[in-house]
Design a binder for this molecule. Structure first.
Ligand code: S3P
Length: 457
């Protein structure tokens, strides 16, 4: 087998070292119990929204590493004190109006959520903020958040005509505005609602599809009178300027359904598997993968459904099953947008032709995920055709181990490791260190279920 990956490393964000390459072998069966790491989206919001509350927010089970560390550091940079006490992270804030000008640039790393939410949070503050990005994030579009913020009166400077990081948010007075989003994006929706807390009058955001609603849930729990309803253009949300203090929360972050996704697919496609995933978020704006996998014939059951920290959670039991092809399109896409690379692996193992449409947003994620997923799975022998907004995947083509590359994208790295569990022979995945952006310990969790995953230096 060649040690040369299917394509040359394309991300400057990849770090070399022993943990950056793994060899995965075909698995006999996966068995055991895993609690995936804290939800990345909820953790970002817990750190960033805690800066708005006056007093101490207590956060348990958050994802503290990877992308989310940049949100915790941003809270510090704005004058909050972030400490660890036992199993909790404490964020002590002077409240939205007490935040202070950062002494240095705020480094958002590779985290689009940190950068976009900060744009909204900082737009109305009476000081400038400098948001810098890793080269991977510096390629991603920011006009989608800066342009509507400009319509509220926000002044900003960014590269490439105000569309690419780094970004300077100048800070200043904002005016509430009605925004009808053309893309269902939780990051854009969140940024505009956060800016609305500082804007005169009413800020309304109308979304074309059900983008994740963690910001709305958390703001309401903090005491913001956030209204919402259904209108002719889609679901709308309204906030007004907040003059009173917001309440600090005590919350427990559920395990991330987007991280659980890799194990859900792995246990579904490896025959004889029986895996329990504990405490996984089942928010309906995030549970598209479970729904689609079940339509494909996956054996997934929800056990002990409950609500924790304002979010629905359950234990997910998944057993190996024969999968059938499906079609994913329309409003459902946003509910599984980050899970599509690993759904593509499931589709490779299913009988029949799976079609994914309306997923053009994948082209502006950490990588162009339509292309990076298709290239890597094709290198493993899969029959994947890329279309402008999705894939056509002919299931059943046998996967053969090969050397493949994540292109520095955490979700591609993990999707390829899952593919390696069903490929014949050895699959060498290069560039896996970035898996820690959302799932530190992914290889360890796979091994704990019986998978053969070996780190190579
Ligand atoms: C996220 C929203 C989604 C998602 C990203 C996390 C969030 O991005 O893909 O991984 O936490 O708000 P968009 O808002 O760009 O759709």
């Amino acid at each position: 087998m060649s040690a040369t990956p299917h394509s040359p490393p394309s991300s400057p964000a990849m770090s070399p070292g022993p943990a950056d390459r793994v060899v995965v072998r075909r698995a006999a069966s996966l068995r055991g119990t895993v609690t995936p790491p804290g939800d990345k989206s909820v953790s970002h919001r817990a750190f960033l929204l805690s800066t708005l509350a006056t007093g101490t927010t207590v956060i348990r089970d958050a994802l503290e590493q990877g992308d989310c560390a940049h949100s915790a550091d941003a809270a510090r940079a704005l004058g909050c004190v972030v400490t660890r006490e036992g199993d909790a992270t404490l964020v002590r804030s002077p409240g939205l109006r007490g935040l202070s000008e950062p002494a240095d640039v705020i480094d958002c790393g590779r985290s689009g959520t940190t950068m976009r939410l900060l744009c909204g949070l900082l737009a109305g503050r009476p000081f400038p903020s400098f948001l810098v990005a890793d080269p991977q994030l510096a390629r991603r579009p920011m006009g989608r958040v800066l342009e509507p913020l400009r319509r509220m009166g926000a002044q900003s400077v960014a590269r490439q005509g105000g569309t690419r990081p780094p970004i300077v948010m100048m800070g200043g007075a904002l005016q509430g505005t009605r925004h009808v989003l053309s893309v269902a994006s939780a990051q854009v929706k969140s940024a505009l609602l956060l800016a609305g807390l500082d804007a005169a009058g009413v800020t309304e955001v109308v979304e074309p599809g059900p983008a994740r609603d963690h910001t709305e849930r958390m703001l309401r729990a903090q005491g913001v009178a956030l209204e919402s309803g259904e209108g002719p253009d889609g679901r709308w949300y309204r906030v007004s300027r907040q003059d009173g203090p917001l309440q600090p929360l005590e919350l427990r972050v559920p395990a991330d359904p987007s991280s659980a996704a890799f194990l859900l697919v792995a246990a579904s496609v490896v025959p004889g598997s029986d895996v329990l995933l504990r405490n996984v978020g089942t928010n309906p704006t995030r549970d598209g993968l479970t729904r689609v996998l079940r339509c494909m014939g996956a054996a997934i059951t929800l056990e002990s459904p409950r609500v924790e920290g304002g979010e629905p959670v359950a234990d997910l039991r998944v057993r190996g099953a024969a999968l059938r092809a499906t079609t994913v399109a329309g409003p459902e896409v946003v509910t599984l947008i980050d899970e599509l690379p690993v759904l593509a692996v499931a589709a490779c193992c299913a009988s029949g032709v799976t079609t994914v449409r309306d997923a053009q947003e994948l082209r502006v994620k950490e990588t162009d995920r339509l292309q990076t997923t298709a290239d890597a799975l094709t290198a493993l022998g899969a029959a994947v055709e890329t279309t402008p907004d999705g894939w056509v995947i002919q299931g059943g083509a046998p996967l053969r181990g090969a050397a493949v590359h994540s292109a520095g994208d955490h979700r591609i790295a993990m999707a390829l490791m899952v593919a390696g569990l069903v490929a014949e022979g050895e699959t060498r995945v290069h560039g896996v260190a970035c898996a820690a952006d959302s799932y530190p310990g992914f290889a360890d969790d796979l091994r704990s279920l019986g998978a053969l995953v070996e780190e190579e230096s």
